[in-house]
Design a protein around this ligand. Structure first.
Ligand SMILES: [Zn+2]
Length: 165
């Protein structure tokens, strides 16, 4: 799934369209609303594709703030902090096998996942965790980086206002 952001009255090609998967959009939108509560208040539904957005003045003001903070290191600091927090998230027990590495429900038994994984053939073991019993923390699917903010700022500046669809 992805979020499609459409410029309402683009003044350049870069302002016509911006796209992030949800894995990228969610952290970006969270950063924007937390760091710039006043500049982002004109849009209520940042995290869903309801066609909400900002008008041209709002988009320009947010672009100015982002360009300023891209230049002064604030965005980089957030990206570094984000990466540190994500890296520190613990793995969790696999919910398909309750952390045992062996999947004993009906599907698991019918497909031989209730037997330990064979190191040579790769067969057996829970398919949710490759038999390890552990799963990466869900939030590690989400990404945030400076370049994505830079691209969004360029889109904003030339969008003429935007809609999140
Ligand atoms: Zn498992």
């Amino acid at each position: 799934m992805a979020m499609d952001i459409y410029g309402k009255n683009a003044t350049a090609e870069v302002g016509r369209y911006f796209r992030n998967t949800v894995w990228w959009w969610r952290p970006l939108a969270s950063f924007l609303t937390a760091a710039y509560p006043e500049l982002t208040a004109g849009c209520t539904h940042w995290q869903s594709n309801d066609g909400d957005g900002l008008d041209e003045n709002g988009a320009l003001a947010l672009a100015d703030a982002l360009d300023r903070d891209l230049a002064n290191g604030r965005v980089t600091a957030h990206a570094d902090q984000y990466a540190t927090e994500i890296a520190a998230l613990p793995d969790s027990d696999c919910d398909l096998c309750q952390g045992t590495g062996l999947r004993t429900d009906g599907i698991g038994r019918s497909r031989g996942m209730d037997k330990p994984r064979d190191r040579d053939t790769g067969k057996g073991g829970c398919n949710g965790c490759q038999g390890t019993g552990r799963r990466r923390h869900w939030d590690k699917n989400y990404s945030f980086d400076v370049e994505n903010v830079r691209e969004f700022a360029a889109f904003l500046r030339h969008s003429g206002g935007f809609e999140i669809c």
